[in-house]
Design a protein around this ligand. Sequence first.
Ligand SMILES: [Zn+2]
Length: 303
Amino acid sequence: MEQKRELDYKSLIEELEILCEKYDNFNYSYIGESMLKRPIPIITLGDRKAEKSVLYVSTHHPQENICTTLMLSFIKEYLEAYKSYRQLFSINLHYLYKMRKIYIVPMLNPDGVEYRLNGIDDDNPIKNRVIAYNEGENDFSKWNSNARGVDLNHNYNAGFEEYKEIEKQKKIMAGRSKYSGEFCESESETACLCNFIRFHSEELKGVISFHSQGEEIYYTYKEKAPDKSKHLVNIMERMTGYKKSIPEGTASYGGLTDWLISEFNLPAFTLECGKGKNPLPIENSFSIYSKLRELLFTFPIFF
Ligand SMILES: [Zn+2]
């Protein structure tokens, strides 16, 4: 099960296609398109008629693309356990399948991942502008934004105006990271994810946004959290060995979970997976996954 290379967009789609052939009950669709028109896949594990759902979102940040591999490991283990009628962590997979939907967006930022892993295409309509955003360099290995230099996890409608003030002070502009965009949900990636969430807000009970690194769990927005989160975060700590944390400085504005907590009072968690220096070596993905798999299977039945 060892992963030898990082998944770029094309190899992610190939992996999903293989799963479609292998498992009758597996399918995927798209929540929308990236700025450069790459369809953004979403997987649904579970019966369409299940009344409650949770959402896992991965790879806002290209430097943290190892999380896409974690999502794929989870999908594969789920499908295999379902097929062979196995129990995992005392959960009957057929019960889980019937009672809960798990939505998974394994790569929210495919354009950014492509920049980082494969460089910038000659036919990119904003090539010169993007190279300027990248400090004039053709090497995109440090890129952490989307196709036009917006850090997607600062582009949500939570403390957006306050963050704009911080940006002004720190002279943060479109580039490799930290720029929040012209207005919230200005980017097609965040806009289509938010639309998906608004459309499913009745059934959606909890969300985990996967980042790396630090082995931490963030669960608050402006130091407030839904009551349920305060309880769940302790269980999540025990399951993963990760530590619950409160964000500091620029980390605390415009993030997906900030928006989910402030807008919907929804239990929403940012998980900083693994430990080391980003990008974490892909060989670490299995050991990271082994610490997280109990949570991934159990989270849906917390609700
Ligand atoms: Zn991140």
